[in-house]
Design a protein around this ligand. Structure first.
Ligand SMILES: [Zn+2]
Length: 348
């Protein structure tokens, strides 16, 4: 791929970022996160999973390079044969919604609303054709079902690896806040159980007011700051209180973006789950299940790829769904004649 002339030409010009697609393109490139992070605790890129990462050291005496875990969202998307067996249907409408967002083009389902300058239910912004406000408005109820899709997919991955999970009645912190998923007896991060909280960020601003209104439609962060800042905020909210004496659970944030980026700690967890699933696969074979190191490694790589592909597909569906549920953001007040008389069919 790196030597493909068209690819080289596009990469060369992507720095100019003339269009929305240009600004999005670098976000679709392969991400690399160190398998074992050496960043000091509570700094960007730090990890509580370092001691639990699977050991890929070479034979004794062989020098091994620090290993990176890779994430290429669009490549995993192309692997549509990998499914969890109960994926939500990716309808044509949802696919066109996702692909428009991927390319930075107006979303067909909401472009008519943008042309008609329809006001969002928050009464502060009109709907824009790229969905920036839909994705960032705190009043948009489409965010919840999209979030639930990802929560369910992560819980499924943990169950496939042989662990009991909870997505309801997750253990609460002392101030009665809860993460989204609890994995029991995973034994990583220094505690038996782990709580995970899922966040799907939008890459562009869409809810800025006042003097910052010009930021709407612009990228929200440089490099990985958007992912890191969100992870830091979640850690601050949950980690210490979950680790405290009465609760004693590990906590990690699971941060994703609508452009398909992933935070390093979540990617490491997907790798750990792939390792545990592989152990279970071979244990299920009974006495015959003592694989060579090579066979184990291949099977684990397969499971890691499967986990990434299922998550990438689910994230694409969640991104599509948030925009497709735009009408829920417009739920009119009874006395709003503008919305009551809105005939969507006439706007196409
Ligand atoms: Zn709004």
């Amino acid at each position: 791929m790196n030597h493909w002339p068209d690819h080289q030409r596009i990469r060369k010009y992507s720095g100019y970022a003339e269009t929305r697609g240009d600004r999005l393109r670098p976000l679709h490139c392969t991400m690399k996160h160190p398998a074992v992070s050496t960043a000091p605790a509570d700094t960007a890129g730090s990890s509580i999973l370092a001691a639990d990462m699977v050991d890929d050291a070479g034979d004794e005496g062989e020098e091994t390079k620090p290993r990176d875990l890779k994430w290429t969202d669009s490549a995993f998307l192309s692997n549509t044969l990998v499914t969890s067996g109960k994926d939500a249907v990716f309808s044509a409408d949802h696919y066109s919604s996702f692909m428009s967002q991927f390319l930075g083009e107006p979303i067909p389902a909401i472009a008519p609303l943008a042309r008609a300058r329809v006001m969002c239910a928050c009464q502060l912004h009109t709907i824009d054709a790229h969905g920036d406000h839909i994705h960032t408005c705190p009043k948009h109820s489409g965010a919840k079902p999209a979030h639930e899709l990802v929560v369910a997919a992560v819980a499924d991955l943990a169950r496939a690896a042989g662990f009991s999970t909870r997505t309801r009645n997750v253990t609460a912190t002392r101030v009665r806040q809860r993460g989204d998923i609890e994995i029991l007896r995973l034994n990583v991060g220094g505690h038996a159980d782990m709580v995970i909280d899922v966040t799907i960020l939008h890459e562009m601003s869409g809810n800025c007011n006042g003097i910052n209104v010009g930021l709407n439609g612009q990228l929200r962060g440089q490099g990985e700051s958007l992912l890191e800042d969100a992870a830091k905020a979640k850690n601050k909210k949950y980690r210490e209180t979950y680790a405290s004496n009465g609760i004693q659970k590990a906590f990690i944030p699971a941060v994703l973006t609508t452009a398909g980026r992933i935070h390093g700690e979540f990617l490491r967890l997907l790798c750990i789950l792939a390792d545990r699933e592989t152990r279970k696969n071979f244990e299920n074979l009974g006495p015959a299940g003592s694989p060579s190191a090579e066979a184990f490694k291949w099977k684990r790589a397969f499971n890691f790829n499967k986990n990434r592909a299922i998550l990438a597909r689910t994230l694409a569906q969640a991104t599509a769904l948030r925009a497709q549920l735009v009408m829920t953001a417009l739920r009119p007040r009874r006395d709003d004649p503008h919305l009551r008389n809105l005939n969507l069919a006439s706007l196409h």
